[in-house]
Ligand binder design. Structure first.
Ligand SMILES: Cc1cc2nc3c(=O)[nH]c(=O)nc-3n(C[C@H](O)[C@H](O)[C@H](O)COP(=O)(O)OP(=O)(O)OC[C@H]3O[C@@H](n4cnc5c(N)ncnc54)[C@H](O)[C@@H]3O)c2cc1C
Length: 395
């Protein structure tokens, strides 16, 4: 089959990888002009890790990844107020855990299909027409394509979902936070393999030292701190970050100075996606476009890869029967994804506590996690994936 995939992030190239193994012809359509590496650092584990293993990519993923040793919560003066050793993650996942820049993970996956899967960079779907057996796609660049199936793997703000299901706001559940992230080079404070974070009521600032003298910064604030309307462009977003974090302690001033020098800054609402049906006719959603669990789940990339694996597998198993395959794909995964989304929502209040007491309590609670059984109990459950990957024989 000819399969159009909107979005060459994490889910899209993973799907292309397995489709190629099954003899299909995937075409990736990516709005960015070239492949984007770097970005924020994510934790990678769970069924996504298993999928990466089946793709033969664990070696390069671990090579580009980081083995975090500690999550450290610091006070205003930088002294350690709480946190825990990250060995709990390795213990609970049997060392099947790594942290890696999202774009680096996406690149490792993309390189496995580069040259075999056609990729249209700098383009996007502008209209979709479906006649029951074929999906006609008009591209913003002016061209058009015909596919047997069109996949929306284009993230939280999916274009395919907008065109095929309806406007973003109908499918977005906002969790009450904004997040900004960027990388800088040469930031003087470094703590190798330690995720350092400082929280004040409703806000948090974190940094992680990376290779080549780079540092990742991540700023989170609750919606109640937004000074006015949601900022619509890069300059307005940076101004909001100055407003919200300008009075904060710890390294806030130095971090805002880095923001002023930074190139691309990621800034978005922290949201989940809830779509009542993941497929319509020969259009199907995948990854964040279908069921974003948000950064609070700490597993979105792995979930996106799991969805891609199951979608390719069900298409393979059904022997070309597209619509039944799409139905089984959703039946298999929807309860699992809904559970992940629910757990992420449950974590929201401790993610960026709104009161000074909440900030203090979080520091104290995490201190108890130096005791391994306590850490295993508190974190272990959230690291479990209650799903077994079927074996589809996609070799
Ligand atoms: C700050 C932050 C921290 C996170 N931390 C973690 C973590 O620790 N662990 C974890 O596993 N996950 C984490 N996540 C979530 C994770 O990044 C996502 O769940 C995951 O990337 C989803 O993959 P995807 O392929 O569905 O979407 P994306 O990775 O977002 O890829 C979508 C792709 O589609 C492209 N695109 C968008 N619009 C269009 C269009 N109109 N036309 C064509 N292409 C388009 C984009 O350029 C992009 O390449 C975090 C997310 C954030 C924001």
């Amino acid at each position: 089959m000819k399969i159009g995939i909107s979005g060459a992030g994490v889910a899209g190239p993973t799907l292309a990888h397995f489709l190629l193994r099954c003899g299909h012809e995937p075409t990736l359509i990516e709005k960015a002009p070239t492949f984007r590496t770097g970005g924020y650092v994510i934790d990678f584990w769970g069924t996504g890790y298993d999928v990466a293993e089946r793709m033969g990519l664990i070696g390069p993923i671990r090579e580009r990844g980081y083995q975090v040793e500690e999550v450290r919560l610091v006070r205003d003066d930088g002294s350690r107020g709480g946190g825990f050793g990250a060995d709990v993650f390795r213990r609970m996942t049997h060392d099947r855990f790594t942290s890696i820049a999202r774009g680096d993970l996406a690149e490792v996956i993309y390189r496995s299909v580069e040259g075999s899967a056609e990729t249209l960079f700098g383009d996007t779907v502008s209209a979709i027409e479906e006649d029951g057996t074929r999906v006609g796609v008009t591209l913003e660049s002016g061209g058009s394509r015909e596919f047997d199936l069109l996949v929306g793997a284009d993230g939280l703000h999916s274009r395919v979902r907008e065109l095929g299901w309806g406007p973003q706001q109908d499918y977005e559940r906002q969790l009450g936070f904004y997040v900004a992230a960027w990388q800088s080079t040469g930031y003087p404070q470094r703590d190798e393999n330690i995720y350092v974070s400082h929280a004040e009521p409703g806000i948090s600032l974190s940094r992680f030292s990376m290779r080549d003298n780079r540092t990742l910064f991540m700023l989170v604030f609750s919606t109640s701190h937004l000074p006015g309307e949601e900022p619509q462009d890069d300059a307005a977003r940076r101004a909001v970050l100055h407003d919200v974090f300008g009075g904060a302690g710890w390294e806030a001033q130095a971090i805002l100075a880095e923001l002023d020098k930074a190139g691309e800054v990621y800034f978005d609402r922290v949201s989940q996606t809830e779509v009542p049906e993941w497929s319509r006719g020969r259009k199907v959603l995948l990854g964040d476009a279908a069921a974003c669990a948000s950064l609070l789940a700490g597993e979105g990339t792995g979930l996106a890869m799991t969805e891609a694996y199951v979608l390719a597998g069900e298409l393979h198993r059904s022997g070309g029967q597209v619509e039944p395959a799409l139905a089984v794909y959703e039946q298999r995964l929807r309860p699992f994804l809904e559970e992940k989304q629910k757990a992420a929502r449950g974590f929201a209040s401790s993610f960026a506590p709104e009161t000074a007491f909440g900030v203090w309590l979080r520091r104290v609670a995490t201190r108890m996690m130096v005791i391994p059984p306590v850490a295993d109990l508190l974190i272990g459950n959230s690291l479990k994936d209650d799903i077994t990957l079927p074996d589809y024989g996609m070799v």
